[in-house]
Write a protein that binds this ligand. Sequence first.
Ligand code: CA
Length: 246
Amino acid sequence: MLRSWAETDVGRVRANNEDAYWLGGGEDWYLALVADGMGGHRAGEVASRVAVEVIGRVVEAANPGGKDGAACQELLVQAIAQANREVNRLARSRPAFAGMGTTLSALLVHGQEAELAHVGDSRVYRLRDGKLELLTEDHSLVQELVNQGSLTPEEARFHPHRNILTRALGTEPRLKVDIRHEGVRPGDVFLLCTDGLTGVVTDAELEGVLNAAPRSRAAAELVQLANSRGGRDNVTVVLLEAGREA
Ligand code: CA
């Protein structure tokens, strides 16, 4: 059994919340999605909302309960491709939407397994036995510089160009998605979040809050922490906990 908590907040500076999340599930499966839209004239709000709604609807209609890992991965890839086509079509449909896109992080839990799919710089972490591990790699210019050894991860976190993405959903007709399989153990906690959180809160601080706060309050505490650092960006936090009972 899974429990989930979600918080999204506009922050303290911006007029709109361009983040979106989606949670849903059925017998023996659960899907969590987080998206961080970009584009002017509220287009980012449209991109992130359309992306999570299309993916959620496609996965729900296919009912992944009982499917194996390969089939669940294929379903996620198909659903994200469909969302990409839809956001890209909208982006080309009117000038106000030109160039819009969104990050997308997806976690599909089925039985004791999970499939992750991801594009952009929203992130998925897992807390297991008190230790936090990042399961996704940002598709961003600064991450490429980190991979080349030109920046340290801490320099990247506060870099002025950290918002430049190398991949986003909706900006091109075709999209390459990172996909990853993970086992799920009782007590595992998955954190999906946008860069409004990870741009101002370190991984060590995330781990500290997740270990210290009551699970039902952790998502709200993380949002408060991001806002206490200026709240310059929208912030979204989704937590999923795998039950300790079998
Ligand atoms: Ca953001």
